[in-house]
Design a protein around this ligand. Structure first.
Ligand code: GDP
Ligand code: IMO
Ligand code: MG
Length: 428
């Protein structure tokens, strides 16, 4: 049994897509197992840039089977739009199957996302407005959920009618201006039956497929979306996404046993970013943060929102690497720090005057954190052309070594640019 996972260890956008694309050639199957079209994964090769949201980043190699597993929430319209976009770029998407267990994002989920974004503390979660949280809420609630497999059953139309009848008054009470009957069940049924017809050849029992693949010795690569600090159970709740986006979510999302996981590559940026609301202890809401944003082009792949930027947080990464079971690390976007004369790393938190290396479980304590930094010298050289560990400036190597020491996990890969070629396999 041989499965490798790629999991973000920060607040998302750690460049997971680049690593999944790189590792794809060593695998037979690539699986996306949680989240939905809130994700934006970028892959760059041969001078072209591809942005993926639901489609696994393994899609560029036609000899690999891609799978969207049961833990994903799927918006059929955006999925089909993405497929059309890929085909227009000459990428065949024939090798992509979808789990009949995946939950379907329906029009009411967008309305609910828009109307229920604010937390009780008055701050917005700042969701991507893709209907993700409401769809997962209905999944857990069960009564009003629709799975991909349901689209092909006789009672689908009736289900939609019943749900619209229940949801219309709720939406009206949240937002009277939208009217009493904003969900038009017949139109929704017609639209979704159209999507279902286009997806039909792909929808199958992917859990059975993956279990058989493991039994026959196939190599599986599992592509995480978001990052561990956005995990619904273990992240910075309530400023999180609605799935288990840390390593703990791999097995439930994909439908494979824990003992099949051989390797988990934790993806970290050489600094930290966050999109949306919630505390961010090492945030640099100043010219340093702006410098990182400019150098790293830190604007959302999906929503284009400017990402909040700050120093590397080793307290958070130590926590998420242990939680996720990271066996290796990939340190991404190291080149973004190349111009800085000095670089800081947060090694400890101070909360109410007490120092700790443990990441707090309650968001109120996280808000109180005073980060304790160490300062390392920068390298102030362009490293985007380096292809070997030996070619990196000594200060850049020392920076990576410090991350390895603080997180306590070996660094296997260092990335110095978006292209497949701009990747260093660490020999140290
Ligand atoms: P994901 O959501 O984790 O897959 O990450 P995103 O694709 O949302 O964001 C990562 C961004 O960084 C993308 O625009 C990548 O093309 C880019 N990128 C990846 N690796 C590197 C790197 O080493 N250096 C630089 N400068 N950019 C990178
Ligand atoms: P990738 O896979 C960064 C954030 C949103 C918001 C919170 C909840 O590209 O790393 P949601 O729409 O999921 O209910 O929003 O989670 N978020 C992401 N941030 N990268 C992502 O995905 C994200 N997906 C969701 O900004 O703060
Ligand atoms: Mg992203």
């Amino acid at each position: 049994m041989a499965a490798t996972c790629v999991v973000g260890l920060q607040w998302g956008d750690e460049a997971k897509g680049k690593i999944v694309d790189l590792l794809t050639e060593q695998n037979d199957i690539v699986v996306r197992y949680q989240g939905g079209s809130n994700a934006g994964h970028t892959v760059v090769f041969d001078g072209k840039k591809y942005k993926l949201s639901l489609i696994p980043s393994g899609i560029f190699r036609s000899n690999v089977q891609c799978v969207i597993a049961g833990g994903v929430v799927l918006n059929p319209q955006s999925f089909l739009g993405e497929i059309d976009g890929m085909i227009a770029h000459g990428i065949s998407c024939e090798n992509l199957i979808l789990s009949d267990r995946a939950h379907v994002i329906m029009p009411w989920h967008f309305e609910e996302d828009r109307l229920m974004n604010r937390t009780t503390s008055g701050e917005d979660i700042g969701t991507t407005m893709r209907g993700i949280g409401p769809c997962y809420r209905d999944k857990v609630g069960r009564s009003w959920a629709i799975r991909l497999g349901d689209l092909y059953r006789d009672n689908f139309a009736n289900r939609v009618r019943m749900i619209c009848e229940a949801k219309n008054p709720i939406l009206y009470s949240l937002d009277p201006e939208g009217g009493e009957h904003r969900l038009d069940a017949e139109k929704i049924v017609a639209d979704y039956l159209g999507y279902a017809a286009r997806m039909k050849g792909r929808v199958t029992d992917t859990t059975a497929y993956l279990l058989d693949a493991l039994d026959s010795g196939k190599k599986i690569l599992l592509e995480g979306a978001q990052g561990a600090l956005l995990d619904i159970d273990h992240g910075t709740f309530p400023y999180v996404t609605s799935s288990n986006s840390s390593g703990v979510g791999v097995c439930s999302g994909a439908g494979i046993p824990a003992r099949s996981i051989q390797k988990l590559v934790g993806i970290i940026k050489a600094y930290t970013t966050r999109v949306g609301g919630g505390p961010f202890p090492t945030e640099q809401d100043n010219e340093i943060g702006q410098h990182i944003r400019d150098e790293g082009n830190e604007y959302g792949t999906v929503t284009k929102r400017p990402r909040r930027c700050g120093w590397f947080d080793a307290v958070a990464a130590y926590y998420t690497a242990r939680l996720s079971g990271a066996t290796d690390l990939a340190v991404m976007l190291l080149d973004v720090l190349s111009k800085l004369p000095e670089i800081q790393i947060c090694t400890e938190y101070e909360i109410d005057g007490v120092r700790t290396k443990h990441f707090p479980s309650h968001v109120d304590d996280l808000r109180k954190v005073k980060p304790i930094f160490i300062t390392l010298p920068g390298w102030q050289k362009d490293i985007t052309g380096c292809t070997k560990w030996a070619e990196l400036p000594e200060n850049a190597k020392n920076y990576v070594r410090k991350i390895r020491e603080l997180v306590g996990v070996p660094v296997e890969i260092v990335s110095v640019g978006p292209d497949r070629q701009q990747t260093i396999f660490v020999e140290d």
